[in-house]
Design a protein around this ligand. Structure first.
Ligand SMILES: [Zn+2]
Length: 139
């Protein structure tokens, strides 16, 4: 329930890390699905990174976003965030990430997997203002 904590099931965290390993050396990306109320990630949808330079940027095809929305509706879950990786760092959102994703608003949670699988979560309050959340695993 804490808006400053992002909680993932163990299975969801494993799915994020598996997607990041599989995508290397490119950045992995995808969506976090779960229950809106307590912001628990129960299901992860990894999608192809269609950026022109996927080792340094990520981009998601519109069709993959629409398919993920359908999937969330079928599962009765909400999309409340996304994830991507920085296999080569930095271990925080880049200036580009903030600029590209600020339009999603502060409710959208951004999970970032940095070097050595360091995991951080953020809300982008404004293009130059981010809030770091703590990341917790379901016991
Ligand atoms: Zn990034």
């Amino acid at each position: 329930m804490n808006p400053l904590t992002l909680t993932l099931s163990h299975r969801a965290m494993d799915a994020v890390l598996d997607a990041c390993r599989a995508a290397q050396p490119a950045e992995a990306c995808g969506y976090l699905l779960g229950t809106e109320l307590d912001r628990r990630v129960l299901f992860v949808v990894a999608v192809p990174n269609v950026a022109a330079d996927p080792e340094h940027y990520f981009a998601i095809a519109r069709d993959d976003t629409i398919e993920t929305i359908h999937r969330a509706l079928r599962l009765g879950l909400a999309i409340f965030g996304g994830f991507h990786s920085h296999p080569d760092g930095p271990d925080h959102l880049s200036v580009q990430d903030c600029a590209d994703n600020a339009h999603l608003g502060p409710a959208f949670v951004h999970l970032l997997v940095g070097r050595h699988e360091a995991v951080h979560a953020y809300r982008i309050l404004a293009p130059a203002r981010i809030l770091e959340l703590s990341v917790a695993l379901d016991p």
